[in-house]
Design a binder for this molecule. Structure first.
Ligand code: SAM
Length: 200
């Protein structure tokens, strides 16, 4: 059962996925409140969110900023939910949502001013490949920003205890970012986790 729930956080599907999505909206909304200002969004920025899930973050950014957002998520359920939530912005071409695995999705280099993800990094077993890809799709001087929960916080939730969630430490992620070629790496800590920011 715990494995089943853990897998639903990794890639929500079916009826259970709909419930998990509601839980994520409630539980992660404040993480979006914290990370969005850190993106320092400027007019006409091109932004990529990896693992947009329910699409709440995409919706908040589209509502408050004059920029373009692309999203990629490999849950069909989340693709449909986020598409519904962001219908107006998709119609007026402010938002483009894709269904697919970021690791396999074809994206040209130097496309985005900002790339971000919230509660996604745990599902990457090896960080080198996704971080290298993020570096490639960012424009020179572009920023990558992520939110991840602290290991202690994740450990309080039983479904994160098996092999689905990688519980990376702050130091591990910072080292991997450096290795992937990122610079100006900094972080902000709160009770739940870390916002880690860096530049290409
Ligand atoms: C734990 S949920 C987080 C959703 C949302 N970002 C939030 O914080 O509430 C992880 C999301 O990332 C997506 N995801 C995980 N790995 C992915 C990958 N390699 N490519 C695309 N989407 C991915 C899942 O489908 C899921 O919607």
């Amino acid at each position: 059962m715990l494995r089943l729930i853990g897998n639903q956080f990794k890639r929500p599907t079916g009826f259970l996925g709909k419930i998990i999505s509601k839980i994520m909206i409630k539980g992660n909304s404040q993480d979006y409140d914290k990370i969005i200002p850190e993106l320092e969004i400027k007019r006409n920025d091109r932004i990529l969110e990896i693992g947009y899930g329910h699409g709440l973050g995409v919706n908040r950014i589209s509502t408050h900023y004059d920029c373009h957002i692309t999203g990629i998520d490999f849950s069909e359920l989340m693709f449909k939910e986020a598409t519904k939530r962001n219908k107006i912005y998709i119609e007026n071409k402010k938002v483009e949502l894709n269904f697919g695995n970021f690791l396999a999705f074809e994206i040209g280099s130097d496309q985005f001013d900002k790339v971000f993800c919230v509660h996604v990094i745990y599902f990457w077993d090896i960080l080198a490949d996704p971080l290298a890809k993020i570096n490639t799709v960012l424009k020179e001087g572009g920023a990558f920003c992520l939110f991840m929960a602290k290991t202690d916080y994740l450990k309080t939730m039983k479904f994160t205890k098996d092999g689905i969630f990688n519980k990376y430490s702050l130091d591990q992620v910072v080292d991997e970012l450096r290795r992937a070629g990122f610079r100006d790496i900094s972080h902000i800590t709160n009770d739940k986790g870390y916002i880690i920011k860096c530049k290409k």
